[in-house]
Design a protein around this ligand. Structure first.
Ligand SMILES: C[S@@+](CC[C@H](N)C(=O)[O-])C[C@H]1O[C@@H](n2cnc3c(N)ncnc32)[C@H](O)[C@@H]1O
Ligand code: SF4
Length: 390
């Protein structure tokens, strides 16, 4: 294990509710329902204490949180009292590093300005705003409840309060015009001083409304070559605005890479609390293996199961092959690549394929670091299929 993943400790907090369910979304998100705030606080609390015990059990220094991420669902809908209690408790139990990064995902239609101010006061120092598109027709297609005006209000408010703002956008879907997309991107970057952008190409996920629509012929898939063009042009634009592309879909101004997500991609230690959240810890016993803690996915089941004392749906000791494949898959998402020393058993890699990819300049292997060359990042999944031994 490298030094990195021994050092960082992250906390992911899942909030499972949204105002409505978007047709493309397969996240653990459910339409708002009436909740008992104190019960929710109690279940989060029991989970946080249980994870402290797990950290101690696995000999991991638990007194230093580096990052917290409130994700969802729509965490900007979270009752303040719950966010505040989680912040207080996690500070009390784990302690915060001086430069801790604390992110909260916000929807342009699901927040109030006053709430942003409060979030800042209780310690949130980074917001990730789910704009998704800056074109009203495309917002409608994506089933979003907000329009461009709402996005502008949210970004103006956020800009007055936060110094670290990220925006999520979805692009490269059938029917989207490249020049519409480049206009959206450029107007966003010309208008706001953003520190981070996540640009996701639309994927059609099983179980979503879009999946059904696609099966019924109502939605078509974008051609791979066109998707690649969308990707290339986005990279160029972001580069012109001094954003560093550091992961398949993520771009940051200097000094603003998302520390929390970097910890996932670098296979670090993290705790996950809330419905469906999972955490992963390196057990520092003799056989340095990885343990995964999986929470109950259904919000009511999770709430009920954790109310008296914490209960996970599953705790799995990952076998070393699965763990190595995961480390490689996550690490290769990063433009800096992965130190080969992070993989315990190199037999997961097909070295004949590796040579072939190297010869074709698709990947490079230098200074003990394996990385996918920038231009080919969009084909990461097929590269991994080719590279990893079945
Ligand atoms: C947890 S989700 C949503 C956070 C927040 N509720 C929102 O909708 O803005 C995180 C991000 O994943 C992206 N996403 C979700 N489903 C996607 C899909 N099928 N294809 C591409 N991007 C997707 C969206 O950009 C979204 O902002
Ligand atoms: S995309 Fe965001 S708002 Fe839409 S259902 Fe998923 S989590 Fe909720």
């Amino acid at each position: 294990m490298n030094k990195y993943n021994q050092n960082l400790l992250s906390l992911y907090v899942h909030w499972p509710y949204c105002e409505s369910k978007c047709p493309y979304c397969d996240f653990n998100s459910h339409v708002n329902e009436k909740i008992n705030i104190n019960d929710w606080i109690q279940s989060y609390k029991n989970q946080l204490f249980a994870m402290k015990d797990e950290l101690i059990e696995n000999n991991i220094n638990f007194r230093h949180l580096d990052t917290i991420f409130f994700g969802g669902g729509t965490p900007s809908l979270m009752p303040l009292k719950i966010v505040e209690s989680i912040m207080d408790l996690s500070k009390e139990i784990f302690g915060f590093k001086k430069d801790i990064e604390i992110t909260l995902e916000a929807n342009p239609s699901s927040y109030e300005n006053k709430k942003f101010i409060k979030f800042k006061q209780i310690g949130i120092n980074r917001v990730s705003i789910g704009a998704q598109s800056l074109n009203n027709n495309y917002l409608k297609f994506l089933g979003r409840l907000h329009n461009i005006k709402d996005i502008n209000i949210a970004l103006n408010d956020a800009s007055e309060i936060f110094e670290n703002i990220s925006v999520d956008l979805i692009y490269a879907f059938y029917g989207q015009k490249i020049h519409d997309w480049t206009n959206e991107l450029e107007s966003l970057l010309n208008t706001y001083n953003l520190q981070h952008l996540s640009l996701y190409q639309l994927t059609i996920e099983e179980g979503t409304k879009f999946f059904k629509d696609h099966k019924n012929g109502k939605i078509k898939l974008i051609d791979n070559d066109i998707a690649a063009k969308f990707y290339e042009i986005s990279n160029k634009i972001l580069n012109n605005y001094e954003f560093i592309k550091y992961e398949v879909s993520n771009y940051a101004k200097k000094g603003f890479k998302c520390k929390h997500n970097l910890n996932y991609w670098n296979s670090g230690n993290w705790i996950g609390v809330g419905p469906g959240a999972y955490g992963r810890l390196w057990s520092l016993g003799e056989n340095k293996s990885r343990i995964e803690y999986q929470n109950f996915k259904n919000p009511k089941t999770w709430l009920f199961k954790n109310l008296k004392q914490s209960e996970f749906e599953r705790v799995t000791k990952l076998n070393s092959k699965i763990s190595d494949i995961d480390t490689l898959t996550m690490g290769l998402r990063l433009f800096d690549g992965i130190k080969i020393s992070m993989i315990k058993n190199l037999s997961i890699i097909n070295f004949k394929s590796l040579k072939e990819l190297e010869n074709k300049k698709i990947i490079s292997f230098k200074d003990e670091t394996l990385k996918v060359n920038k231009k080919h990042m969009i084909k990461l999944n097929s590269i991994l299929d080719f590279l990893i031994n079945p």
